[in-house]
Every structure is written in structure tokens, then in C-alpha cells.
Design a protein around this ligand. Structure first.
Ligand code: 0L1
Ligand code: MG
Length: 253
């Protein structure tokens, strides 16, 4: 069953054709099994597993979905967009971008470990590009977990040592230099550092790999925004710097 649902989601992504939601009643454990199969299809095509991401880390989004806990998804090498590079919309259905904070793991996480501060060796400003494979971006909790939490692409700004608190840094999200959203890192679980034990807990529960060098996208600091071809998108996190990408212009016929 999970194979069929994973194949449906994979086809939606690879053909850029949004699909129907999965049948109601799918349990969260079943949804994580679909996610695993879906990511395995990417790995079988040669991508590497390079990180994890959390979703529903803001009170507003959790309330909107009626959930009390975060969800976790996987990041693969095929989702990496280098800082400043061009995003090709022909690979995506109806993408949106959100400003985030990223962490890098200094070492592998031991089974059952409760992480301490030594687990993180660097922090960076980041942008996540989400792209639900479901029609009209509509999904249930199980749907979005199965769809690898809408993960599509991400950009990391410069890494720096984690040498100060992160709990209330200003975040500016701009398109072509125009402010489209602003917020604070406090929107990420009250403090992005809380994403570290949350990600470890969820990864251990659902069997996701946490090796040295794993990237963790901690969650969004503002609502996600849609963007147009030919624009420049940037996220600036106070004291951390900026991540940015440009959106490939539409080709003239
Ligand atoms: O990264 C996120 O917070 C997105 C989680 C999935 C929900 C969505 O696609 O909006
Ligand atoms: Mg996100």
C-alpha cells in the first residue's frame, strides 16, 4: 500500500502534475512509511540523504492544522540549491518559499541520546522551498507527512559558529528587495534551538538517519510566500546573514 502511495506522490513530483489526497484514515505511522518509500525512490535515482527538516514549528501553522506536535521530513542532495543560484520552476508544481534557520550536526546521534549543545557545530540563515504534490496545496496531516512534508528545495547561507542565543532574531524576507514578510526566530518553537531536541526525538521515533554533517532545517520564521519567474528572493536573519536565490525567468517562445 505505501508503495502505491509513494509512487503516486513521486509521479506527481516528477511530472509536475498535482495528485489527489491519500485516503482518509491513514495513520501517522503509515504516513511515515510512505515518506520512507518516497525518499527511497529519490535515493534509488542517485540522490543522497543529507538532512532533515521540521514542519509545523510555528504556533499559527500548528493551530491551522490542529496539531500539537511537529512533523519531520528528509532533505536529499537533489534538493540543494547553492546560495545565489537560480531555481528552475519547470521542476516544481506550485512552490512557495519560507525563511528558516539551519543547523549542522557535528557528529552522529547515539540511539536514545538526549542531545546537548555539542551536537551542533554551525548555524546558517536558510530558505526552504516547499511544493505540495497535492492539488491546490490541500492536505491532511497524514497526507503532508507522506509527501515528505512538502520538501522540494533549500538554500543555505553562510555557516557560522553557534556562539550566541537565537531566540529573538529579526527575520526579513524580500523579493526583488521588497519586504514581503518579516518576523522573528521566536516563531520557530519559541527558540530555534528547541528544534534540535525535537528533531532528534522525531528522527529516533521514525527511524531517520542523523549522521555527522546532517543539515537540520529548523522551521519557518514567517508564512511561506509564492514568487514569480525572474525575481530574486532573499532571507536575512539578524546576526546570521543572508540566504538568497533567483527564480529563472520564463522562456520566450
Ligand atoms: O516546512 C514546513 O513548515 C512545511 C510543512 C508542510 C506544510 C506545508 O506544506 O505548508
Ligand atoms: Mg519549512
Amino acid at each position: 500500500m505505501s508503495d502505491d502511495f509513494a509512487a503516486r506522490l513521486d509521479e506527481a513530483a516528477t511530472t509536475r502534475t498535482p495528485c489527489a489526497q491519500l485516503p482518509a484514515g491513514l495513520s501517522l505511522d503509515d504516513a511515515y512509511a510512505v515518506q520512507r518509500q518516497l525518499v527511497d525512490l529519490r535515493l534509488a535515482r542517485g540522490e543522497r540523504s543529507i538532512g532533515v527538516k521540521l514542519g509545523f514549528t510555528s504556533k499559527a501553522k500548528a493551530a491551522q492544522m490542529g496539531v500539537a506536535d511537529v512533523i519531520i521530513g528528509r532533505l536529499t542532495s537533489g534538493m540543494v540549491l547553492a546560495d545565489g543560484d537560480e531555481l528552475d520552476l519547470s521542476r516544481l508544481i506550485h512552490p512557495r518559499a519560507e525563511p528558516e534557520v539551519a543547523f549542522r550536526l557535528s557528529r552522529a546521534v547515539e540511539p536514545g541520546e538526549v542531545p546537548g549543545p555539542d551536537l551542533i557545530d554551525a548555524v546558517a540563515p536558510a530558505i526552504e522551498i516547499i511544493d505540495s504534490r497535492y492539488r491546490d496545496f490541500k492536505f491532511s496531516l497524514a497526507d503532508v507527512v507522506a509527501d515528505n512534508t512538502s520538501a522540494a528545495a533549500f538554500v543555505l547561507g553562510p555557516w557560522r559558529a553557534l556562539d550566541a542565543g537565537l531566540d529573538n532574531r529579526g527575520v526579513l524576507f524580500e523579493v526583488d528587495g521588497r519586504l514581503v514578510a518579516s518576523g522573528s526566530t521566536a516563531a520557530i518553537l519559541g527558540d530555534p534551538l528547541r528544534a534540535i531536541p525535537a528533531a532528534v526525538r522525531m528522527a529516533q521515533r521514525h527511524g531517520l538517519p542523523l549522521t555527522a554533517g546532517t543539515v537540520l532545517l529548523a522551521g519557518a520564521a514567517t508564512p511561506a510566500v509564492a514568487f514569480e519567474p525572474g525575481t530574486q528572493v532573499s532571507a536575512t536573519v539578524s546576526g546570521l546573514g543572508r540566504a538568497r536565490f533567483s527564480v529563472k525567468a520564463r522562456e520566450e517562445n
